[in-house]
Design a protein around this ligand. Structure first.
Ligand SMILES: [Zn+2]
Length: 84
């Protein structure tokens, strides 16, 4: 029994369906996913739903997913000496 891997887009779609009030069974039939997958998505624990932990960036002080994109783009700008 092989279970197809689902894309992040599908996970998002399924999550939306749950928000609209769909049941596990409806989602399983509609998206052809397993019980475990649909449950994970409903509980928000599917790997595709983990966007990374927000951390306090020491450089800019923002709550960001590390590495901080804000600071790394500023760092690049500094390294290459281009003013925006
Ligand atoms: Zn930063």
């Amino acid at each position: 029994m092989t279970r197809p891997k689902i894309s992040k887009e599908t996970v998002d779609e399924i999550w939306k369906r749950f928000e609209e009030g769909a049941s596990l069974r409806q989602v399983e039939e509609e998206f052809r996913v397993g019980r475990w997958t649909s449950k994970q998505i409903r509980e928000g624990t599917h790997p595709h739903q983990q966007t990374g932990d927000l951390k306090r960036c020491k450089t800019c002080g923002g709550m960001v997913v590390m590495p901080c994109m804000v600071c790394s783009s500023q760092e690049l700008r500094r390294l290459y000496g281009q003013k925006p």
